[in-house]
Ligand binder design. Sequence first.
Ligand code: SAM
Ligand code: DTB
Ligand code: SF4
Length: 355
Amino acid sequence: MTQTATFPARVSGAETVTTGDGTRTDWTRAEIAALFDLPFTELLFRAAEVHRRHHRPDEVQLCTLLSIKTGGCPEDCGYCAQSVKADSGVEATKLMDVQAVLQSAAQARDAGSKRFCMGAAWRNPKDRDMPAIIAMVKGVREMGMETCMTLGMLSERQAAQLAEAGLHYYNHNIDTSPERYGEIITTRTFDERIDTLAEVRKAGINVCSGGIVGMGETRSDRVGFIHALATLERHPESVPVNALVPIKGTVLGDMLADTPLAKIDDIEFVRTVAAARITMPRSMVRLSAGRESMSEATQALCFVAGANSIFTGDRLLTAANAGDDADAALFARLGLKPMEGEEPMRADKAAACGR
Ligand code: SAM
Ligand code: DTB
Ligand code: SF4
C-alpha cells in the first residue's frame, strides 16, 4: 500500500480556470494549506517536478540590488530599516545621480549579473523624479541587463512612463497575508498595494511581487500570502520570497530579538518556496533577502524546491548579503550555473511568441 493514497488531492477538479499560458489562478486556500501539510519529501518532490517542467533546474539567475534613494521613508513597514519610524541608524540620502547608478550597474554586469534592481525608499515617486528614473531604466537596459524598479505606489501616468522607458519589471510586494497586513504596516492598505500592481500590469510591465517569511506570522498567513499571489488575474512573473532580516531598531527586528523562539524554522521557509513554485509554475521564484544567515544546505533545499534567482554582492539595500565569493563557492558545490537565457514568462517575450 502506498502512502500517497492518503495525501491531499493535488487539485480538486477545477483545473479549467487558467490564464492564457496554462497556469491556474483558481487556487483555494484549502489546496494551498494541503500543500504545506504534505510530508516534506513529497512537497519537495512535487515542487521539483513542476520546476523541471518550466525551468532548467541547474540554472539560477544572478541579480544585483542597488538602493538609489535610501532611508527617510514616511511609511511604517515594521521590518524596514529605511522607515522614518525605525531607529536603525540608516541615514537618509537624496536620489543618486544617473551616472553613479549606471556605473554601479556596469560593475554588476561585469560581475556576471543579468538583472539590476533599483530600489527607492519612497511612499511614491514624485513626478519631478521621473526623468532621472527613466534615464536609469534606459541606461541599464542599454547595457543588456534586465531592469527592475521598486519605488512605492505608482500613478497610472508613472506606470505608463516606466513602460515607455522599457522597464522590464516593477517590484511591489504584498509582503504577507491580507489579514495580517495591518499588523505590519499601518500607513497604507493591502488593497492599495493591489491597486499599484494593477497599474503595473495595465501598463504592460512585468509584475514582481512577493513578500517576507519569518515575521512571526502563522502558517495560515503564509498560506494566505501565497494564495493572494497565485489568484491574481495573472501570476506575477517574478515572486521574491524574503526571509526577514531582523534589523535592530525596527519593530519586527526588535521583537524577534526578544523572542528568539519566534524565528521561523528553515524547513517551513523551504515549504513556502515550494508552495510558491507549485502554485505559480512559470514564475521566477527569487530567494531574496536573508540568505546571509541561511545555511548552504537550506539554500540548496530552496533551489530544489524551485527557487531560481538570487541577489549577489555583499549588500542588499541596507542589509548585508552573502557576497560573490560565497555564492561562487555555493554554485560550485551544488553544480549550479548562472542563468544566461531569458526568463520563461516575461511579457515582452511571451508576446513575441504569441502567448
Ligand atoms: N519602498 C518600496 C516598497 O516598499 O515597495 C521599495 C523598497 S522595499 C525595501 C522592498 C521590499 O524589501 C519590501 O517590500 C520587503 O518585502 C523587503 N524588505 C525590506 N526590509 C526587509 C527586511 N528587513 N527583511 C526582509 N525583507 C525586507
Ligand atoms: C525584495 O523582495 N527584496 C529586495 C528587493 N525586493 C527590493 C529587498 C530586500 C531588502 C532587505 C533589507 C535591506 O537591505 O534593507
Ligand atoms: Fe518605505 Fe519600502 Fe521600507 Fe516600507 S519597505 S518603509 S515603503 S522603503
